[in-house]
Design a protein around this ligand. Structure first.
Ligand SMILES: *[C@@H]1O[C@H](CO)[C@@H](O)[C@H](O)[C@H]1NC(C)=O
Ligand SMILES: *[C@@H]1O[C@H](CO)[C@@H](O)[C@H](O)[C@H]1NC(C)=O
Ligand SMILES: *[C@@H]1O[C@H](CO)[C@@H](O)[C@H](O)[C@H]1NC(C)=O
Ligand SMILES: *[C@@H]1O[C@H](CO)[C@@H](O)[C@H](O)[C@H]1NC(C)=O
Ligand SMILES: *[C@@H]1O[C@H](CO)[C@@H](O)[C@H](O)[C@H]1NC(C)=O
Length: 398
């Protein structure tokens, strides 16, 4: 009953509040014809505070948060806290507890974001498993998540821009990796969401590392890292612009993670090219990020040759093309960099890993590195017997 009553109350108050806001908007607009049918809070500045009131908690507080309110007014009942009306007559601790819960719940809804929840999750894992697990990893290949899920939309949750990719006009020997987005994406924005996701993955990682360092490292003596996947990039030729393109490509794939985790900021070139679409770290977040790993995991498979891509369509910007670089598995003379592995994107070039290790050592203060993936894939021929499959010359040679 109480809850039904409060929901009703909340409803009435919200209607009242919305009428007030509409009135405000009317007053500002002079003319009610200016009020569009889809009038909502985006017509107010971001720092405009919307609030509502209720005397209840939990469900209602959660609803308010979901509805986009950022202020909450509630009343404290005098007799509920002091039944006799006089403090010396005794305080009702149950009443105090009730309001404690309301306040805590409100604050939790206000403060809670993904990384608070994941902190609690990580804390539980450290607490229950940390006596035996000494090497922790926060995320495996965050690049794959932000890129495949939110730029191309081919991994769950399948979000990307709705437009179909522009064609790339290169001679046929240059076969750039497919730049298509998933045509079935129902929603998303390939120019913004990959960066939003990357930003929160970085902050979440740093928050989890902080939990470990503050509460578990001293007693459990383990280490914590993130694992990054990157290609190595070489300039297609020794032209200055190709050299520059190879650095930019690496900064978009590797520096996007390593720079924040090491120095607390995104690579300068990524900041310049992405502009306002790149989220900014507060000073506190920068501090949290800096040096937020005991070691890093690296996964390397192949390299791409890079040259500038002047054909970026300004109406169809997205993470994959923000670097303005064309990546190719061919060299300057039109030869493949190595034999093709099973995956279509993968041409074998083992030496790239040595370049990547040197670069990481020189650029990011010589971190401890674990190679967490490397190797080559090969067709699984189902007609082969186990004995035939074990004649795995391709991988033995590799
Ligand atoms: C609010 O209105 C803007 C502008 O019409 C629209 O783009 C946005 O989707 C609306 N938001 C909600 C939550 O309805
Ligand atoms: C509310 O939060 C305070 C401070 O964080 C804590 O001490 C208290 O136990 C909480 N009370 C309830 C009822 O959640
Ligand atoms: C995607 O985000 C960009 C940058 O904020 C914006 O200009 C564009 O309109 C958005 N596209 C869609 C489909 O929402
Ligand atoms: C990597 O660094 C080592 C040690 O300085 C050096 O001997 C080697 O030639 C470098 N390799 C590459 C591919 O840069
Ligand atoms: C699988 O192996 C058979 C027998 O060696 C061979 O004829 C066939 O081409 C192979 N299939 C593929 C897809 O490579």
């Amino acid at each position: 009953m109480a809850s039904k009553h409060t929901l009703l109350l909340l409803g009435v108050l919200i209607v009242f509040l919305i009428s007030l806001l509409v009135l405000t908007k009317l007053a500002m607009a002079d003319d009610c014809d200016d009020i569009p049918a889809d009038f909502n809070r985006t017509y107010f500045p971001d720092d405009f505070i919307f609030g509502t009131a209720t005397s209840a908690y939990q469900e209602d507080i959660k609803n308010m948060k979901d509805m986009g309110f950022n202020a909450f007014r509630f009343s404290i009942s005098w007799p509920r806290v002091i039944p006799s009306g006089k403090r010396r007559g005794g305080v009702n601790e149950e009443g105090i507890e009730f309001y404690n819960t309301v306040i805590n719940e409100t604050k939790a809804q206000g403060d809670n974001c993904l990384w608070e929840d994941i902190r609690e999750y990580a804390d539980l894992l450290f607490e229950r498993f940390g006596d035996r697990v000494k090497f922790w990893m926060t995320f495996n290949e965050p690049w794959s998540l932000s890129g495949f899920s939110y730029d191309q939309g081919v991994f769950a949750p399948g979000r990307c821009s709705s437009w179909v990719t522009f064609g790339e006009k290169y001679s046929s020997q240059f076969k750039p990796k497919p730049l298509q987005v998933n045509h079935q994406c129902r929603a998303g924005n390939s120019s913004t969401e990959p960066y939003i996701v990357a930003h929160h993955l970085l902050l979440t990682h740093a928050a989890v590392v902080q939990v470990y360092r503050e509460h578990y490292k001293a007693t459990q003596n383990g280490k914590i890292r993130i694992t990054l996947f990157t290609f190595w990039f070489e300039p297609l030729s020794n032209r200055i612009e190709d050299i520059e393109a190879s650095k930019i490509a690496l900064d978009f794939m590797f520096g996007l993670w390593m720079d924040p985790l090491t120095n607390g900021r995104y690579p300068r070139i990524v900041q310049d090219l992405v502009g306002d679409r790149l989220l900014k770290f507060t000073d506190k977040e920068t501090q949290l990020l800096q040096g937020s790993y005991d070691f890093i995991g690296l996964q390397y498979y192949t390299l791409y040759n890079a040259k500038p891509n002047a054909l970026i369509d300004p109406d169809h910007i997205r993470y994959k093309t923000d670097s303005h670089v064309t990546e190719t598995s061919y060299d300057y003379d039109g030869n493949l960099i190595g034999p093709q592995a099973y995956s279509s994107w993968f041409y074998i070039f083992q030496k790239g890993i040595r370049h990547l290790l040197n670069y990481t050592k020189d650029t990011y203060n010589d971190p401890v590195i674990y190679i967490t993936e490397n190797g080559v894939d090969y067709l699984n021929n189902e007609t082969h017997s186990i004995e035939e499959a074990l004649q795995d010359e391709f991988r033995i040679n590799y």
